[in-house]
Structure formats: C-alpha cells, structure tokens
Design a protein around this ligand. Structure first.
Ligand SMILES: [Zn+2]
Length: 220
C-alpha cells in the first residue's frame, strides 16, 4: 500500500515562481501541474503520492509526489501589479474567520451558524457593504444594535475591522491550513497584520500537539 499522509481533500498552496501565494488547489489540479511540468519547485511536506499512467516501454507506473506548497511557472505580472490595490470579495465565511468567530460587540466566540454580518454604519444610514464597515456579530448583539450606529446603540467594537491583503485572504479562504502552509503565508502578511498573533498561537499549539504525540523517551 502507498503511504497516504493526508486525506485527498487537503488543499495545496500554489505560489508563483517568486514564491508569492496565489491560490488553493486540489490534488487533481496539483497532479496536472506536476504532470505538465509546470511545477518549478515545491516546499513544505509531501501530502500524498498519486499513481500516474503506465509507461509503454517499461510497464512501470509513474508516481507523483504532491507537496503542501508548490511554485508554478507562468506569467503573474498582471496579478503582481494589481496585488497592492487588491480588495478581496466580501463573504461571511472569510469575514467570520477574519474575526476568529468572535462577536465583535460582546467578544464571545460562536459557531458559524450562530453568527451574522453586522454593518457598523447601517446600510440604511449610508454605510457600505465593505470589509472596513462590517464585523462578525452574534444574533443577540445584532438585534440589539438594530439600525443604529455603535454610538447610538452605546456599544463598542472589540477590534478594528480591516480589509485583508491578498495573502491574508488566501489564509482566510483555506479550509484546513497545515502548519507549514501557515508558516509560509505568515511571511507574506504585512508586519502590522492582526492575524500574526493568531497564527503564531495556532502554530505553537500544533507544535505542542506534535511533541505530545511523540513517544516519551527515557533519559539514561
Ligand atoms: Zn454578541
């Protein structure tokens, strides 16, 4: 049997040749990129080994090793030019993840199904449906605030809402981001990113768990 470290649902982080993060891809797309020779180099760990076709000459079957981070060839200058001005599309899944599933008014953590998108300045009052005017809110706080501004409702935000950069947005979009992918993305976040602390905590936890999983060895 082949060694399968991760489920095939584990996504691969694709970057350009310069190492700038581009997107998450699944194992099929990754295998195609390897197969067509578009992978310039890969980093991170081996996620899985996929069987390719049989060689007509030798009858041997090719095996593609897919890594957690792969750098691919291709022209990404357009993207680079626009990266500075990039504003990611707003959706609840990434918004809730930006705010760590915390209600930005009461500061408590909720399940995704219990959260809502609150417009700090309500739309009815000229507020925009944009990253800096929206926060994660629990139903109770959202109902309480209603169509009022925070000042009118006498509530305060527990954190300042921000527009994610391209790299931050890729992190927020990831379904299950592995430790090595997290470390990689972290190096592309702005120094002032509020996500730094959170990712470091997650990494410390992952490292701690890894240590705990290792069998303890007695000193002699
Ligand atoms: Zn709340």
């Amino acid at each position: 049997m082949q060694q399968q470290q991760y489920a095939l649902s584990q996504e691969v982080l694709r970057t350009d040749v310069a190492g700038m993060p581009l997107e998450w891809i699944d194992y099929r797309v990754a295998a195609t990129l390897y197969h067509s020779g578009q992978v310039a180099y890969s980093c991170g760990s081996t996620l899985y080994r996929i069987h390719g076709g049989y060689s007509a000459k030798s009858g041997a079957r090719s095996i593609i090793e897919v890594n957690s981070i792969i750098a691919t060839e291709g022209d990404t200058r357009t993207l680079e030019r626009n990266r500075e001005r990039y504003t990611p599309p707003l959706n609840n899944r990434t918004l809730f993840k930006r705010d760590a599933n915390l209600c930005m008014y009461c500061g408590l953590q909720f399940r995704t199904s219990e959260l809502t998108r609150d417009h700090i300045t309500p739309i009815s009052r000229g507020g925009r449906d944009a990253w800096t005017n929206v926060v994660t809110a629990c139903r109770r706080c959202n109902n309480h605030k209603g169509g009022r501004t925070p000042e009118e409702a006498r509530v305060q935000l527990v954190a300042v809402p921000f527009t994610p950069t391209y790299a931050e947005y890729i992190y927020l979009k990831g379904r299950k981001v592995l430790a090595d992918q997290m470390e990689y993305l972290l190096t592309h976040f702005p120094r002032t990113s509020p996500l730094h602390a959170r990712l470091r905590d997650a990494l410390a936890e992952a490292n701690g768990e890894r240590r705990a999983e290792r069998p303890a060895r007695a000193h002699r």
